[in-house]
Design a protein around this ligand. Structure first.
Ligand SMILES: NC(=O)c1ccc[n+]([C@@H]2O[C@H](COP(=O)([O-])OP(=O)(O)OC[C@H]3O[C@@H](n4cnc5c(N)ncnc54)[C@H](OP(=O)(O)O)[C@@H]3O)[C@@H](O)[C@H]2O)c1
Length: 194
């Protein structure tokens, strides 16, 4: 089975954005060193406009060949006039209201967990990126095999949690790697303990 990886940006206190999901305060940390790391290590997670700006157009996918987003996260791209923000990946959007506006975007409206399990069962060297947002991650928490958490050195106090709509349950993960950056950003990789 290939992995479902929640690769996400968070505040120190575990919020992926303000109460409305806005994480623009984190953009201040996208300096040369950190952008260099993202471009060389996680090029597949950079959206189309960023890929053009960073000279990554046509860059090989290193981690993922598929991305899944909730409709609210995808809506941000639609609002910016972009129907396929991650055209270098197969794009899935969970929604019960959306008609796909792009041939590269497949809408999942039925059994989400069953569809994710089918995708995980596919034969591929590359994994599946769970992009977010909060509600989708909460629904898929039990399916997540790996967490890659970009922690920005900011405290939000309150906001949109990494996992929305979930009850309390302890899940154990093993720390597999930590990278630190001069600007105080931390990237931790955790694997689910089996
Ligand atoms: N910091 C980060 O790295 C990061 C990453 C991604 C997103 N975000 C933030 O997250 C925010 C959005 O998060 P969110 O929690 O509000 O929304 P979300 O999880 O992106 O999307 C929720 C929507 O997904 C659809 N959905 C969820 N479960 C479904 C299911 N089982 N079957 C079918 N459709 C399903 C529904 O769409 P319908 O209403 O259409 O049915 C639901 O309204 C954005 O503001 C974005 O900025 C942050």
């Amino acid at each position: 089975m290939r992995k479902l990886t929640y690769f996400v940006a968070c505040s120190i206190d575990g919020f992926i954005g303000d109460p409305n999901g806005d994480a623009s305060s984190m953009f201040a940390f996208l300096d040369e060193e950190f952008l260099g790391y993202l471009g060389s290590t996680w090029p597949d997670t950079i959206a189309v406009q960023g890929r053009e700006q960073l000279g990554l157009k046509g860059a090989e996918n290193l981690n993922f060949d598929t991305v899944i987003q909730g409709r609210a996260s995808y809506q941000l791209a639609l609002d910016a006039g972009v129907t396929s923000p991650y055209g270098h990946l197969r794009e899935y959007v969970a929604s019960r209201t959306l008609d796909s506006p792009d041939p590269n975007v497949t809408v999942i409206e039925g059994d989400l967990v069953a569809r994710i399990r089918e995708l995980k069962a596919e034969d591929s060297e590359l994994g599946i990126w769970l992009c977010g947002g909060s509600r989708l991650a909460g629904e898929l928490l039990d399916e997540i095999d790996e967490l890659v958490i970009k922690t920005y050195p900011q405290v939000y106090g309150t906001g949109m949690p990494m996992f929305g709509g979930t009850g309390f349950a302890v899940g154990d993960f093993t720390l597999e790697g930590v990278r630190t950056f001069g600007n105080g950003v931390l990237v931790r990789t955790y694997a689910r303990k089996s």
